[in-house]
Design a protein around this ligand. Sequence first.
Ligand code: HSE
Length: 438
Amino acid sequence: MSNSLRIGIAGLGTVGTSLVRMVQDKQDMLADRCGRAITVTGVTARSKGKDRGISLDGITWHDDAHALATAEDVDVFVELMGGEDDPAYGAVKAALESGKHVVTANKALLAKHGVELAALAEAQGLLLNYEAAVAGGIPIIKVMRESLTANNVTRVSGILNGTCNYILTRMEKDGLSFEACLKDAQDLGFAEADPTFDIEGNDTAHKLAILTSLAFGTKIEPDAIYLEGITKITIEDIEAAKELGFRIKLLGIATRTPDGVESRVHPAMVPLGSEIAEIGGVTNAVAVEADTVGSLMMSGPGAGGDATASAAAGDICDIAKARPGHQHGPALGQPAHTLAPHERAPMRSHAGGYFIRLTVVDKPGTMAAIATRMAEQDISLESIVQRRAKGASSSEQAPIILITHETTELAIRNALEAVRADDRLIGEPQMIRIETLG
Ligand code: HSE
C-alpha cells in the first residue's frame, strides 16, 4: 500500500517488542481498520544483537534515537525508551520539529516536559499521543481528552501503578515478602527499569500529574503532588487492615477544592467490598467524578508489554486515520498556552479518617495518654484496639491500632508529634489514610 503510515520505534523492551509483533501479526486487520497499512520502517534500542523473538527483517536499525526520529522514511516517532530527559526528550522534540507525529508511553517525560512538547506539537500541527503513558491498556487519556470535553471534573483518582498493586495483592493473598513480590513483578515485565520509581510512588505521581492537567486544565506539575510510596507497608499493616474491614492500595487522587487542587499519592485503606478494593494484581483502575457524566470507573491491565502496546497501537491508528492538513485536537485537551497554573491545596488541610498503628511501652497510663493526645487535637476515635504482642519482648511492648473519624492531616500530625514527645513509643508510628472513592 503506497500510502502506508511509516513508524519508527525507539526502545525494544517489553512494550516495544510487543508493539512490533502486534503490528506485524495484525497487519491486515490494522490496514482494514485504519484505511492504510502500518509499517515499521525503523527501530533503535540499546543492544542490536539481542534476540527478542521478533523479526526485524526489512526494518532499518538506527544507532541513536535522534537519527530515527528525523529519518526520511518515518512518519510517526514512537518513543518507548523511558526517562524524563535525553535521549527521549531530545528525540521527541526533534521528531516534532521535523514534522513527525509522536506516540509515547513515557509518563516521566510528559510529567516534566509535557506542556512544552504539547505546545510544540500544536505549533507544528502534529499529534502527540500518549495513551500508553497512563494506566497501561486502559484508554483513559482518550476518555479524559475527548469524551469528557463537556464536563467539569471534580476528582480523578485510582490505582495507577501495576507493580505496587501486584505487590500489595500478593503480600496479602500469598503472605509473600515485599522483596519476593517485587522480584516477581520485575520478572513479569511490569516494573520500571528502576523499580524505586514504582514502589516510592513516583510513577503514580507522573501519571496523576498528567491526569490532573487533563481534568482541571492546569499545567502538569508533578512536584505539587504529595508523595508516599509503599515501602513502609508491612504484613502487620495488611493483616490489621483486613481485620478492621479494609485493604491497602496505593492511590493517586486529585481533587478540586476551594483552596486549589489537592493531589496526593499514598497508600490508603479502602473498605473491603468496595469496587476499588477488588482491583487486584497488575490491574489498574481510574475513577472520574464530573458534573455532567457523574461517576465513572474504568479498570484493566495497568502494565505489561501487550496491554501497553495495545494503547500505543491505538494511538498510531488514530494518527493513520487523521486527515492530512486538518487541525488536530490539542495534546492536553486544550491549547497549551491556555493551561492555568496548578494552585496547590496544602496537604495539612486534607480531611479524612486515619488508621494509626503504634507500638508502645506496655505500662499503666499509656492508652490514656494516647487518647488524651488525640482529644487535644479534637480527634474523635472510631476504634482503639490493643493487641497481644508477639515475640521475645512481648511483656514490655504493646501494638495499638487507632481508627479515627474524619479529622485533618494537621491534627493527626500534631497528635502524633505529642505522642512521640511522651516517650512511650517504640519505633515510628504507622499512619495510613482511609479513603472511600466513588
Ligand atoms: N511500572 C509501571 C507499572 C508500568 O507498574 O504500572 C506501567 O506504566
